[in-house]
Design a protein. Structure first.
Length: 79
């Protein structure tokens, strides 16, 4: 599951896994995305929508200002 994490500096995208849907283990490093060093998604990334693709996943997400300046697309490398 991907979800938004609120911190003192903005939002970022978190990730957790569960075998049964009841007990979850946070694995934020596995989210596969961080705010950029500069630009429209440097202050925050949030509200991800994940879509399966032929060779992995496609993630749509909002950038700074809850998407005020843009919506991003991230494509997994198939792992």
């Amino acid at each position: 599951m991907w979800y938004s994490i609120r911190s003192r500096v903005g939002y970022k995208i978190g990730y957790a896994e569960s075998a049964d849907g009841l007990h979850w283990r946070a694995a934020h490093a596995a989210a596969g995305i961080e705010p950029s060093a500069a630009g429209w998604d440097s202050e925050m990334i949030c509200f991800a929508a994940i879509v399966p693709a032929r060779d992995g996943w496609v993630m749509f997400y909002n950038g700074n200002g809850y998407g005020r300046t843009g919506v991003g697309v991230a494509i997994s490398d198939g792992r």
